[in-house]
Design a protein around this ligand. Structure first.
Ligand SMILES: Nc1ncnc2c1ncn2[C@@H]1O[C@H](COP(=O)(O)OP(=O)(O)OP(=O)(O)O)[C@@H](O)[C@H]1O
Length: 331
């Protein structure tokens, strides 16, 4: 049995190289070291091509590392999967279209020595009411729920989910995460890859941000969010450019009528300065969204780390805060 101190997944300097099509190679996963301990719910967040699937596949033993080490429950990934300790919900996966939903679950259940009862897996995954539907007639979201039921069958201690809600509409996505949250609350460790920033924000306590094969941020989701200029401070103020240029801790600002919004790396200091040393009034503070952290941190990597240049954002760059509906990051 794992303890909180002992990682259930240990990854050291992991690399996976592929041919780059020009006679050389590139690292889809480029020197990643991570530990995951029991009971954690972690989002691996990143744009297309960041290396999320390659990393997940190596944790599942479906893809061999070019170098580095990976252990799952203290042994080789395949051994952990064979022992039924790991459940996986992958982006694609062989479902047979002519079988019914229930037949599919029954067949896979028969492969596991201590399988969860078929009805329980179907109820937990929310597919009991479509038990007799042919898989080929199921929507993308229903097929994902079927895959979720299959992943539950070995009663896994660790669930690996690669973009589990791909193809689901917002309400199905919401329902899926409600079910997954109950699973996590019952002690299952969950590691999921996503493009959806809101899924990381709402569901994961820890977020690992990947970009171009590397981990560029890793920590409590709220902290990753705050790394990118902690907040926005908005005031009413008829300021001149000279006034604006003299302000401390400002990363950028936007002007909309008489309201000015500053992106800042120290909201307290900026707010104190604005209220005590300037005529600015009606001050409000809004935390940066994970999306902003993501854009800033991945942009930083692309541009070699320029973070503190003060610039005036165009109006179209305003309002990048929390979104009501799930959004995809830049492709
Ligand atoms: N078998 C392969 N052969 C060559 N290149 C590959 C192979 N598999 C993945 N890649 C490349 O490795 C990089 C990382 O791909 P990967 O699928 O791991 O990213 P990802 O973050 O999961 O992206 P997505 O969000 O699109 O699923 C990409 O540039 C991809 O084209």
């Amino acid at each position: 049995m794992s303890t909180a101190q002992e990682p259930i997944v240990g990854i050291r300097d992991l690399r996976r190289s592929y041919p780059d099509g020009a006679g050389g190679t590139f690292d889809a996963v480029d020197g990643v070291s991570l530990d995951f301990v029991a009971g954690e719910v972690t989002a691996v967040l990143g744009p297309n091509g960041a290396g999320k699937t390659t990393l997940m596949d190596m944790i599942l033993g479906l893809n061999a590392p070019s170098s580095g080490e990976i252990s799952v429950f203290g042994g080789a990934p395949r051994q952990a999967v064979r022992a039924g300790r790991v459940g996986a919900l992958l982006q694609t996966g062989g479902l047979l279209p002519d079988l019914t939903v229930k037949e599919t679950v029954q067949i896979i259940a028969a492969l596991h020595r201590h399988s969860l009862p078929v009805t329980e897996a179907m109820e937990t995954a929310g597919i009991a009411q479509i038990a007799d539907r042919r898989v080929g007639k199921c929507s993308g979201g229903q097929q994902q729920r079927l895959r979720f039921a299959l992943a539950l069958l070995p009663r896994p201690d660790l669930m690996i989910l690669d973009e589990p809600t791909a193809g689901m509409d917002p309400s199905a996505r919401h329902e899926f995460w409600d079910r997954m949250r109950r699973q996590a609350d019952s002690g299952t460790t969950v590691l999921f890859a996503t493009h959806y920033l809101e899924e990381a924000e709402q569901f994961a306590r820890r977020t690992v941000l990947m970009h171009q094969g590397r981990v560029i941020a890793d920590g409590p989701t709220a902290e990753v969010q705050q790394r990118a200029g902690a907040a926005h401070v908005t005031v009413t103020w008829a300021a001149s450019s000279a006034d604006l240029g003299a302000l401390p801790h400002v990363i950028s600002h936007t002007v909309q009528g008489s309201r000015i919004t500053f992106r800042t790396d120290d909201a307290d200091s900026l707010a104190r300065h604005l209220l005590t040393a300037t005529p600015a009034a009606h001050l409000s503070v809004r935390p940066a969204s994970l999306e902003e952290a993501f854009m800033l941190l991945t942009g930083e990597q692309d541009s070699g780390g320029e973070q503190n240049s003060s610039r005036q954002d165009s109006p179209s760059q305003q309002g990048t805060g929390r979104q009501a509906a799930p959004r995809r990051t830049a492709r």
